[in-house]
Each structure stands twice: as structure tokens, then as C-alpha cells.
Design a protein around this ligand. Structure first.
Ligand SMILES: CC(C)(COP(=O)(O)OP(=O)(O)OC[C@H]1O[C@@H](n2cnc3c(N)ncnc32)[C@H](O)[C@@H]1OP(=O)(O)O)[C@@H](O)C(=O)NCCC(=O)NCCS
Length: 124
């Protein structure tokens, strides 16, 4: 499959107080589905998100009827955090949307430490 575009995957980094979070979106062309491409891509971009990009949380919002996408996220270690009832109006019907996320709970880094230091000094 060299030099062929089989799909797309994006991370949309949020700003201000949500700057350590990013919204994940992806698709795979119909003729390339069922080969593990999305699962591989989600695992890889999540590794990059928590590594080079220094993100703390990656999340995706999926139509509740999208079983394949939910499976991709679960296989990549994402957890179901909630359901938005009737959040989507598509083809004349309301659909639930599910929120899946993966959080790098192990991270305590240079951007977090100054806050901890401020708390320490204010309590003295
Ligand atoms: C969702 C999508 C990205 C999956 O791509 P893919 O490359 O076929 O995914 P993978 O092959 O890595 O994995 C698909 C998994 O879903 C499972 N699956 C497929 N159809 C399913 C269904 N109807 N219900 C439940 N699971 C299903 C497969 O068995 C596989 O799981 P497994 O590896 O445990 O067997 C692709 O179908 C797509 O582009 N859909 C349209 C766009 C979209 O929905 N994007 C996600 C929203 S951001």
C-alpha cells in the first residue's frame, strides 16, 4: 500500500486550560477497512501524543451506532467516559454520541510542577 492514501487521522489540540487535551478523529477508506489499519494508527498517534506532543489526554466522540470505531478505541486502550443522549441528528433521527478517552495518568512534568510549588508556598 505504499504511496496510496488509505485514510486520515488527526489530533486537534485544544487551547488555554485544555491545551494538554486533543480531540482524535480518523477514517479509513471503505476498501481498506477490516485490516487493522485504524487500530494501528490510533495506537501510534496516541503514543506520539503522550510522547513528543506532551499531551495528557486524548479523546474521541463517536456515534453510539458506530461499532467498528468503538472497537478500534477499546482495542487501543481507550475507556468509555460517558454518553450524550440524542446529541446527533442524522438522516432524520437522533443518535447518542459516546465519549472515549485515554489519559496519561503517569505524567507529572515541568508544566505541572510550578502549580504545585505555588500551592506549597501559599500554604506556608
Ligand atoms: C471506524 C473505522 C475507522 C475502522 O477502520 P478499520 O481500519 O476497518 O478498523 P480496524 O480494522 O483497525 O478495526 C476494526 C474493528 O472493529 C470490529 N468491527 C467491525 N465492524 C464492527 C461492527 N459493526 N460492530 C462492532 N465491531 C466491528 C472489527 O472486528 C475490528 O475489531 P477486532 O480487531 O477486535 O476484530 C472505519 O470503519 C471508518 O473509517 N469508518 C467511517 C469513519 C468513522 O467512523 N470514523 C470514526 C469517527 S472519528
Amino acid at each position: 500500500m505504499n504511496d496510496i492514501v488509505v485514510g486520515n487521522i488527526t489530533l486537534e489540540q485544544k487551547d488555554d486550560v485544555r491545551r494538554r487535551s486533543a480531540l482524535l478523529s480518523y477514517w479509513v477508506g471503505a476498501e481498506y477497512r477490516g485490516r487493522g489499519i485504524a487500530t494501528h494508527a490510533v495506537k501510534e498517534i496516541t503514543r506520539i501524543a503522550f510522547g513528543d506532543l506532551n499531551l495528557h489526554r486524548v479523546y474521541a466522540k463517536i456515534h453510539a451506532t458506530n461499532g467498528a470505531s468503538i472497537k478500534v478505541l477499546e482495542n487501543a486502550g481507550y475507556a468509555h467516559e460517558g454518553t450524550f443522549k440524542d446529541a446527533v441528528f442524522k438522516n432524520g433521527v437522533f443518535l447518542d454520541q459516546v465519549l472515549y478517552a485515554k489519559v496519561d495518568f503517569g505524567t507529572v512534568d515541568s508544566e505541572v510542577k510550578p502549580c504545585l510549588q505555588m500551592q506549597d508556598s501559599s500554604s506556608m
